[in-house]
Design a protein around this ligand. Structure first.
Ligand code: CAO
Length: 533
């Protein structure tokens, strides 16, 4: 067993680079290429991998330190055969001298020059994960143009000069290598036509600055955690932005970028939510509530994983559900409706409905019963005014129905339910469910609801506690009907019972009121004659 010095390898032309994370401790066994440290400059985040397998004997660096190429960072016990030379810093690939993609000639002042990927270490076919500019944008020297990512580093390619982007030939998802032309820039002060491609122009200084020349990459890995933990996956400029605002990236929930990357907007949204005292966002931040941060787990440590981006609808409904769950003091009531007669009636009407081209499911009857109960219990059809001082009593009865779609949960609204018959309600329900599943709902289709029905009856389940859809004050959860033995006073008889679960906003609805409401819904479903009275 021999002790080997581990030094910082070639990290391009950077020096005094911040150590933002030390990933190993004394005693840790590491394999060759395991990440030891994460470094960050204002343009790149990179990991320093272990040059060989061994056991960490001494950690000579800590978070916040500044290091440069050659700094001694660890001592490691390696096998007897290991090279113990104190200069055995990571075997850097022979630093091929930055073979410039094009001759670094002088810039043609006022001309148009190609934007070329500079020396990015020994990487090639690197993923473009963000394009920060578009054609027509004016940029300053050093403004980030695109962000690249390998499995060990995230780096920005800055603009080499001040000017206007006149052509852009790169998009998110493309792969680029040193020398790839990604567009053209018209240098400040120029009036040259965009198409007029200048003779090989300056690739001089700026490109080199984009080269973090990070240590050699390990085997292929799609893991997005290029630096630090899974929850602080962001480009260097977003990191800088967060740092300037004093935001810990690990606390920013749900990156909205590709593969969950945290974008500048996510940081802004987080700050806004903290300032407003709200709990943050989709994955549950809760910063304004003084909650501890969400656990961040590297699931890949325990087995194979795959990252599947949330759909837009899932993100939106997630944020809404979270707000509603946190802000509304819920109380949920459970009741069974005896729908034996209702079901007989529905079955009897099926042939006629089919002739009309309508599929009448129990949900049409539930819509009708709820509409009638809302007429009888108008507070359940109200909303708390924004000032918190008044109730807005609605004189119309529009009911939202939660529809399970491949893209996520959507709630289209069926209008004027109190004045519609069963066939018409069934027709509207069919049309809205179809529209939702085809992704064709308009914003208007989902506006104006007074109360929501969430039916899992076609799926199963007994009871569940639905979340009130703010600013509504009530939601009825419906589960699968089953035949149960019911005592009729002298004997048990088989009855088809429908489980109902009513959640209400307890700021507006008292328990007794809610109880009466759900009992009324059950009564209307048990005896349809009540509905016509
Ligand atoms: N008990 C027993 N069977 C029921 C039932 C109930 N409560 N409700 C519906 N069914 C049966 C119907 O009788 C019909 O069967 P038949 O064809 O044999 O008559 C079948 O289920 C109909 O299912 P459907 O989905 O085509 O239509 P629907 O009107 O019952 O429901 C809709 C429409 C949009 C509510 C439903 O499709 C849906 O998306 N539900 C999911 C809602 C959801 O995800 N809520 C979220 C819960 S919490 O986040």
């Amino acid at each position: 067993m021999a002790l080997e010095d581990i030094k910082v390898p070639d990290i391009g032309e950077y020096s005094d680079v911040d150590v933002i994370e030390v990933l190993v401790n004394v005693g840790d066994e590491v394999a060759e290429e395991d990440s030891l440290l994460t470094l960050e400059t204002d343009k790149a985040t990179m990991e320093v991998p272990s040059p060989s397998a061994g056991k960490i004997a001494e950690v000579l660096v800590k978070e916040g330190d500044k290091i440069s190429e050659g700094s001694l960072i660890f001592k490691m016990e390696v096998g007897a055969s290991a090279d113990t030379s104190s200069d055995s810093a990571p075997e850097e690939p022979a630093k091929e001298e930055a073979a410039p993609a094009a001759e670094p000639e002088a810039a043609s002042p006022g001309g148009v020059e190609d934007l070329i990927i500079p020396d990015i270490g020994e990487y090639s076919d690197v993923d473009v994960i963000e394009v920060s500019v578009k054609e027509g944008d004016e940029v300053q020297e050093e403004d980030p143009l695109i962000t690249l990512e390998t499995d060990k580093a995230t780096m920005e390619v800055p603009s080499p000069v001040v000017g206007k982007i006149v052509a852009l030939s790169v998009k998110e998802g493309d792969k680029v290598s040193q020398g790839t032309v990604i567009g053209q820039i018209q240098m400040a002060g120029s009036s040259a036509a965009p198409a007029a491609k200048a003779a090989p122009a300056t690739k001089k200084e700026a490109p080199r600055k984009a080269s973090p020349a990070p240590a050699p990459a390990a085997a292929e890995s799609a893991a997005p955690e290029s630096a630090g933990s899974a929850n602080d996956y962001a480009s260097p400029s977003v990191r800088r932005f967060a740092r300037e605002l004093g935001v810990e990236l690990g606390k920013v929930p749900g990156g909205s970028g590709r593969k969950g990357r945290i974008m500048q907007e996510d940081v802004q949204k987080f700050v806004k939510s903290v300032m407003q005292g709200g709990g943050a966002t989709s994955t549950g931040g809760g910063a304004g509530l003084g909650l501890i941060p969400d656990p961040v787990v590297d699931f890949a440590k325990f087995g194979e994983v795959e990252s599947v981006p949330l759909t837009r609808i899932q993100k939106i409904s997630g944020d809404n559900l979270h707000r509603n769950w946190v802000k509304v003091p819920h109380i949920t009531f459970f009741e069974d409706a005896d729908i034996t007669e209702c079901e007989k009636f529905r079955q009897a009407k099926k042939p006629h409905a089919e002739k009309l081209g309508v599929k009448v499911t129990p949900v049409a009857f539930i819509l009708k019963a709820v509409a009638q109960a809302l007429v009888e219990f108008p507070k359940m059809n109200s909303s708390l005014a924004a000032d918190g001082q008044n109730l807005v009593m609605k004189k119309y009865i529009n009911i939202g129905v939660a529809v399970d779609t491949p893209a996520g949960l959507m709630v289209p609204v069926i209008r004027d339910c109190a004045n519609k018959g069963i066939y018409e309600l069934a027709q509207d329900l069919m049309a809205m469910s179809l529209k939702a599943r085809d992704g064709k709902l308009t914003a208007k289709d989902m506006q104006g609801g007074c109360f929501t029905i969430s039916s899992l009856g076609n799926i199963g389940t007994q009871y569940f506690a639905p979340i009130v859809n703010m600013p509504e004050v009530g939601i009825l959860g419906v589960s699968k009907s089953t035949t149960k033995p019911i005592w009729n006073g002298s004997e048990f008889v088989p009855r088809l019972m429908l489980p109902l679960s009513l959640s209400v906003d307890h700021r507006v609805i008292d328990g007794a009121y809610a109880g009466k409401f759900v009992v009324a819904v059950a009564k209307y479903l048990s005896d349809l004659k009540e509905l016509v009275l």
